[in-house]
Design a protein around this ligand. Sequence first.
Ligand SMILES: Cc1cc2nc3c(=O)[nH]c(=O)nc-3n(C[C@H](O)[C@H](O)[C@H](O)COP(=O)(O)OP(=O)(O)OC[C@H]3O[C@@H](n4cnc5c(N)ncnc54)[C@H](O)[C@@H]3O)c2cc1C
Length: 386
Amino acid sequence: MKSTIDNFSEIREAVRALCAQFPDEYHRKIDEEKGYPEEFVDALTHAGWLAAMIPEEYGGSGLGLAEATVVMEEINRSGGNAGACHGQMYNMGTLLRHGSKAQKELYLPKIASGEWRLQSMGVTEPTAGTDTTKIRTTAVKKGDKYVVNGQKVWISRIQHSDWMILLARTTPLAEVHKKSEGMSIFMVDVKEAVKHGMTVRPIPNMVNHETNELFFENLEIPEENLIGEEGKGFKYILDGLNAERTLIAAECIGDGYWFMDRAVKYANDRVVFGRPIGQNQGVQFPLAESFVEIEAANLMRFRACELFDAHQKCGAEANMAKYLAAKASWEAANACLQTHGGFGFANEYDIERKFRETRLYQVAPISTNLILSYVSEHLLGLPRSF
Ligand SMILES: Cc1cc2nc3c(=O)[nH]c(=O)nc-3n(C[C@H](O)[C@H](O)[C@H](O)COP(=O)(O)OP(=O)(O)OC[C@H]3O[C@@H](n4cnc5c(N)ncnc54)[C@H](O)[C@@H]3O)c2cc1C
């Protein structure tokens, strides 16, 4: 099954060749064991794919968002799950855009070489939820350190990351002019933090997605780990979201094509009532509809990339790409499962695994409602609802 959008063939072929060394059985076993695909992530790192967007002067390949999204898409299209390692693709952007020269020189080459992983970003809190400006985790300056107290939830890949970008309040909400002010971001050395005030509690969940609750009790962070200016952290986090949304849209698109490939093959092969089930329009149409929707999402994804790579505003396009892609991959998952009948539920077909994995993206990293709210306010000019 071929997309009408045919581009970046060299990158696609190279990533596909790497992914082919990690067949369905590999990803299925990792899922069953609730493990982490160490060998797969190592192979991607050593081939340089996870450093795609790090500039060449820091040891990366200096590619654009478009190329980076193709890498993520191909991972998911091959049957893998880029959720195990996508954090690094967008987290390093925060450092690149807002870090000092010394910070960039310290972190980026080691991230590019694979010596350090920057896979984690700690934003979400149990009481604030999507209303990020209400976070309660505080970082209070004492001498040459910040002392952190509070709690985070759903913080992914912490056990497979050397560094985490942490958002904390440095000025109390009551003392700022705008609620988006007074928050700051820090580089947290994960291994040091677990010895000195950060407790990690894994959250068992529906997907094999390593994610955790974090508790901070007087965790000390050196002042040189503050990224950019104190109080501007929320703005810095927002700056990175367009890349994150577009990368995740591409993963959904990869999932969508994977579901289509499997469904079309099965619909052609499976014979019931003396003919392939795919000859029935009741089986064909949900697949055709999904294909149309994935293709449309893909166009919006490349539009977002084009604007991002030209340093133009792309908030609307990135949000719409994420919305369309997450919806299309979920519809494709449903149609693929239905096409397989009972066999769709058998672990050995991998459909139930990918079905669970792709469902996440209507909730995280931003829920569908919040995207629709953005579109209502910023594109339609309707009153802000919160
Ligand atoms: C597996 C997983 C991994 C994650 N990884 C990370 C991570 O690494 N780092 C991190 O910081 N966070 C992470 N998250 C958190 C994720 O970003 C949030 O779960 C997500 O943004 C939704 O926030 P919430 O769960 O607090 O939902 P809530 O804010 O409690 O919202 C619940 C529901 O209500 C809806 N809702 C809320 N307010 C409104 C409104 N005003 N209008 C309409 N609808 C509304 C939402 O759309 C949602 O459907 C992860 C989550 C999961 C499940």
